[in-house]
Design a protein around this ligand. Structure first.
Ligand code: AVI
Length: 322
């Protein structure tokens, strides 16, 4: 029989329990999967930073170019005195480009689930804009978000969601997330969101399988992260990175392809992968403007403007909550 202390321990479920379930269910599925949020441990976040600096990974520079070229027009469309809420504390380069254009904004609320990343980003912005009211909010923005009381009365609200992160959600999940954003900004509020567009296979596959191997290391690192989190022994040496443009679904799929039969233990469970089988780690959806407008409409947004970079590789949408 358990002693009282042991019974209490068993009741105190680990906060990682739901994630462990998700990982085990994913890895045991007919098409094994891992959730792409597991890319972003410390080494993974650093690798992602390196990806954004790669020539082949065009979305980062294309979005910066749009903000630089069209910032004044974006600022006019957003008007003065808005509260800017950023989804994902993101790169301060993009935040600064936006804030530089919005001369008089009422405040800036970056939202991110990673506390360290968030505080670092918020500190940088507060130092650079000493007169701006900056209030960091550590939250999972895939769930409905409530703004802190100190800024809750400020209107209008603008949600800034750069980086094409919306592409990492499948269309139903993307619609749900945009609905939550629609609730947060309220009628008449705006959403300024980066969306990657479909293009030729070669450009897309090179962007997600760069010749320097940075994206491969980023993808493989997810296995090391799972090993660290759950004391597992998945062997990254048994897998190779793969990025495939699935034109029918309008998405890049990243996989880890098993190069030889491999068994691993994860939380006392034995997992078997056979040579040739893959673990699907990420989807990155690309939308032509009309298709993204349909997702926006389903979430309660009307399109106002869409800007492209000079090579038409990437789009920045401005939508108004109706
Ligand atoms: C974060 N997200 C928008 C990136 C993307 O393009 O889907 C993640 C990424 N995966 C591989 N390279 C970059």
């Amino acid at each position: 029989m358990d002693r009282p202390a042991e019974r209490a321990d068993k009741r105190r479920a680990s906060p990682l329990e739901p994630l462990l379930r998700e990982v085990l269910d994913g890895l045991r599925a007919e098409q094994p999967t891992l959730p792409c949020k597991l890319f972003y441990d410390e080494p993974g976040s650093q690798l992602y930073e390196q990806i954004t600096a790669l020539e082949e990974y065009y979305p980062f520079r294309a979005e910066v170019e749009i903000l630089e070229r069209h910032g004044a027009q974006i600022a006019r469309a957003l008007g003065e005195g808005a509260l800017v809420v950023e989804y994902g504390s993101g790169s301060s380069v993009k935040t600064r480009l936006l804030l530089d254009c919005l001369h008089a904004c009422a405040g800036y609320v970056p939202i991110d689930i990673s506390r360290e990343h968030l505080q670092q980003a918020a500190r940088g912005i507060a130092q650079h804009y000493p007169h701006l009211h900056v209030l960091a909010l550590c939250a999972d923005f895939t769930e409905p978000v409530t703004l802190p009381a100190r800024v809750a009365a400020l209107r209008p609200r603008v949600a800034f969601f750069p980086g094409s992160t919306i592409g990492n959600f499948d269309p139903p999940a993307a619609t749900r997330l945009l609905r939550n954003i629609r609730e947060l900004v309220g009628r008449g509020g705006h959403l300024l969101i980066g969306v990657d567009v479909p293009k030729d296979r070669a450009t897309l596959e090179l962007a997600y399988d760069d010749p320097h191997g940075v994206t491969a290391r980023f993808n493989l690192n997810i296995l090391s992260h799972v090993n660290r989190l759950f004391g597992a022994d998945l062997d990254p040496g048994c897998f190779r990175h793969e990025a495939i443009w699935n034109a029918a679904h309008g998405r890049i799929e990243m996989h880890l392809r098993c190069t030889r039969d491999h068994h691993a233990m994860l939380a006392g469970e034995r997992l078997a992968f056979s040579r040739g089988q893959s673990i699907w780690t990420e989807s990155s959806y690309k939308y032509p403007p009309g298709q993204f407008h349909a997702i926006g409409a389903a979430a309660g947004f009307a399109p106002e403007s869409v800007w492209f970079d000079s090579r038409q590789r990437y789009s920045l949408h401005l939508m108004r909550a109706v």
